[in-house]
Ligand binder design. Sequence first.
Ligand code: NCD
Length: 311
Amino acid sequence: MARHLLKLEGLDEAHLTSLLDRAAGFIPAARGEAEAPASLRGRLVAQLFFEDSTRTRLSFEAATARLGGRSLSLSGVGSSASKGETFLDTALNVDALGVDAMVVRSSISGGADLLARNVRCAVINAGDGRREHPTQGLLDCLTIREAFGKISGVKVAIVGDIANSRVARSAIHSLTTLGASVRLVGPPTLLPRSFAQIAARHDLVSITHDLDSILPELDVIMMLRVQLERAAGGGIAADYREHYGLTHRRALRLPAHCIVMHPGPVNRGVEVDDDVADDGRRSQILRQVTHGVAVRMAVLEESVGRTDRVR
Ligand code: NCD
């Protein structure tokens, strides 16, 4: 049984599939339409968010509550981090409170690994700098699997700020392990040459700077936010939408079955036009959020759940 969830890189197909199967079973409970087992009864989960979050934080809290566990929540602002306490010291102190797991988001690439090497409790990565966001990768896979009944052979484009995106990295690892083909699309500033080396090593990954040329061949188009907080090229270029935005006109060139995804928060009118984001036929953006709760239930249960799965 895996205790920590630090990254999707290196997780094999069987493990990813078992997490997705477990999460799929939790979708009704995630929506409040079915009872979940009380498999976290008596468990304390620290939610440590040193970077801003809406969906990830609330869905980890919702997942903990749905399974009968309790959350202790801490953010950078309002904690002793603002008095200069280090990231590791904070985590060691939270561990000493006796928590069973800590969910951690920080701007430090490798931050969750650092904690996992030093604390007693289970560590779940909720986004570490530019590196990985494993539960986001899982919820993206669950959304694609639900839409197409499979992941293998599905053609996915990931569009935008690839260089700074932990969402893209987790999606690339999980989707390719499950057999999807992934096209990385973005301007050269946000999709640097180092990604060409990744693509050269992996026959399911390719890169292009020309979004328009690939639209008609896609099953999934996953749009990313430009990560201004990670100094993404100094800002959003004035012509970003013109070349890389999923505009109304571009959406018309997608196949009818192609779904639109975005991890949120969406910059409406920059990476996605309003009517595309709100198109109930194509847009999976809110479905992804629901899947986030189910996936986090699966991850927490696997990590610290009671094996007797009390009801
Ligand atoms: C993402 C993140 O924080 O990495 N958001 C999320 O967790 N849903 C993506 C982003 O902030 O752009």
